[in-house]
Design a binder for this molecule. Structure first.
Ligand SMILES: Nc1ncnc2c1ncn2[C@@H]1O[C@H](COP(=O)(O)OP(=O)(O)OP(=O)(O)O)[C@@H](O)[C@H]1O
Ligand SMILES: [Mg+2]
Length: 517
């Protein structure tokens, strides 16, 4: 936006918003402006109230105290459809798509275009959907069920859905948390287009570098309170982080050296066939090993086959997998995740909502879900022990919640992720596979998770971590393997960790370059 201009027009103002949940004051008299043609970022630790505030503006939570003013007029939306008609739409942090419906059906759910006869005009629906998706450079067939897309692609569908509403106020709740670098660049380009047309954008993020790249204004929330609103150019990242946590930033994580033991996991020439086309592979001829006490990072762009490597080791696709796996030197090809768990392998998946968490169950139940045997006493569940364990993790990982019996569906996104981590740590694995473990987690809690990974390595676990954040993977790994197109394209020891080395090896033409060099 033009910084010479006086303050931009306020399209929407939330004024003195208070929202109570049983046991928590999620928002305490918070005010917030959406400015025309600007990106207004909201930051704050997990559970600060960011999503709640935006869910109120977008009609998801109709009950609250305070006023929402749209161009100066008081509005009170009873649901998201009403907000949508008034020009407000939101891209949710937790994907809200219906897996068995197609891409187009998801985008136009509840507002399908109709033919003259009053039936659904599928041709128009698919045509319109394809047009919006094209702006996002997304090429999947709009008839494809959403459940068959990977998380990042689902996120793009969610973005497209919001875009198709032609909103004046567009709210994005951590939209890039599972997008690739390319997809992120496309989204940023689109955000610039929209602001140039006067759309007001609200952007929730934990990634500080996105603030400087994207935002005009930044608002900080802490524990449900409004802390500050600033123009981005008048502040610094350090200042913002200090305001977020309300104290000086905690020390940065420094990895410890741990003695390396025996090879706990060996992956030898493992391939995974693509279930859709016979001659294609999602994972091709992958070999690596991990020793006790070692942390191996897997870096690659989204869609490079990183998660699929984990899935083969975890017995998710026993039919399509070929090659040899060894656990502690013994050949072991799991036929199911249950078999892998029994052999001491744990996988913390990328998509917590589908694979990691039962939102209707409480924190305690979720944490003990994969370790029931451990908590069984004479064949009955020892409830006390269960709660005690949950409380341990709640304090250890600072899971913001009012009791161990709170439903996980009521927790903020980042805190749900911490419950997933706790659940798998309790299974006491020897081999730990972590797929984007800090997705959606705030800066301080990230450090806690790095420390935890380091500590587990110190207890002789073999750990493999997938991450899309280079600084993160470089900080926590002993070795980094790069993947692209389902193949390993490079391997780096700590002395060769540079962002450039690793990024270059993970780009699509890297196999070729390597062959030539
Ligand atoms: N449906 C709900 N029922 C009960 N409590 C809730 C509900 N949704 C959110 N909360 C609580 O409100 C507080 C604010 O949560 P919110 O989701 O707004 O946080 P956030 O700032 O978006 O965090 P994150 O960065 O982790 O996504 C948290 O304490 C959370 O547990
Ligand atoms: Mg949130």
């Amino acid at each position: 936006m033009d910084s010479n201009k006086s303050a931009p027009e306020i399209i929407l103002r939330a004024q003195g918003i208070t929202k109570r949940w049983p046991g928590v004051l999620a928002l305490n008299n918070v005010s917030f402006n959406v400015y025309a043609g600007c990106v207004h970022a909201i930051v704050g630790e997990n559970g600060a109230g960011k999503s709640t505030l935006m869910n109120i503006i977008s009609g998801t939570y109709p009950a609250y105290e305070g006023d929402v003013l749209l161009r100066g007029e008081k509005v009170s939306f009873q649901n998201t459809a009403e907000a949508g008609r008034a020009g407000i739409s939101m891209i949710h942090q937790e994907l809200n798509l219906i897996p068995y419906l197609s891409i187009a059906e998801n985008m136009y759910l509840g507002r399908e275009p109709l033919t003259a006869l009053g039936t659904i005009d599928y041709r128009k629906m698919h045509r319109d959907a394809a047009q919006v998706l094209e702006r996002l450079h997304f090429t999947e067939d709009t008839h494809k069920p959403v459940g068959e897309l990977r998380v990042g692609q689902q996120q793009i569908v969610e973005i497209a859905k919001a875009l198709s509403l032609d909103a004046q106020v567009l709210i994005m709740d951590e939209p890039t948390s599972s997008l690739s670098e390319n997809e992120t660049a496309v989204l940023f380009g689109l955000i610039h287009e929209l602001t140039a047309k006067g759309v007001g954008i609200v952007y929730i993020t934990h990634k500080m570098d996105e603030l400087t790249k994207l935002a005009d204004y930044v608002t900080v929330l802490r524990d449900g309170n409004f802390i500050s609103e600033n123009r981005v150019e008048n502040t610094t990242t350090d200042e913002i982080v200090r305001l977020m946590v309300g104290r000086e930033r905690k020390d940065f994580f420094v990895k410890q050296e741990h003695p390396k033991g025996e090879k706990l996991l060996e992956v030898c020439g493992v391939s995974l066939r693509d279930s859709e086309s016979r001659n294609k592979y999602k994972v091709k001829d992958v070999s690596f090993d991990v020793r006790a006490g070692e942390v191996v990072g897997i870096y690659g762009l989204m869609g490079a086959g990183r998660s699929e490597i984990f899935e083969t080791v975890f017995g998710v696709h026993p039919k399509g997998t070929t090659g040899v796996l060894r656990v502690k030197g013994e050949e072991f090809m799991p036929k199911s995740p249950a078999e892998a768990i029994r052999r001491g392998i744990a996988l913390i998946p990328e998509d917590r909502k589908c694979d990691g968490l039962v939102l209707d169950m409480d924190i305690t139940q979720n944490i003990s879900l994969a370790s029931l045997k451990k908590i069984l006493k004479f064949g009955t569940l020892c409830k006390k022990a269960e709660v005690k364990i949950a409380d341990l993790f709640r304090s250890r990982l600072t899971i913001k919640s009012h009791s161990a019996r709170q439903k996980t569906g009521e927790l903020s996104g980042g805190n749900q992720q911490k419950v997933v981590l706790s659940k798998w740590l309790l299974t006491d694995p020897q081999i730990l596979l972590l797929d984007e473990p800090t997705r959606g987690i705030d800066i301080n809690a990230k450090n806690e998770i790095y420390k935890l990974i380091d500590e587990l390595a110190g207890r002789s676990l073999a750990i493999v971590v997938i991450s899309s954040e280079l600084p993160e993977i470089m900080a926590i790994s002993d070795r980094i393997i790069t993947v692209c197109g389902g193949r390993i394209t490079g391997e780096f020891t700590r002395d060769r960790f540079t962002e450039e080395n690793i990024l270059r090896a993970s780009l699509p033409d890297s196999t070729q370059t390597r062959k030539n060099s």
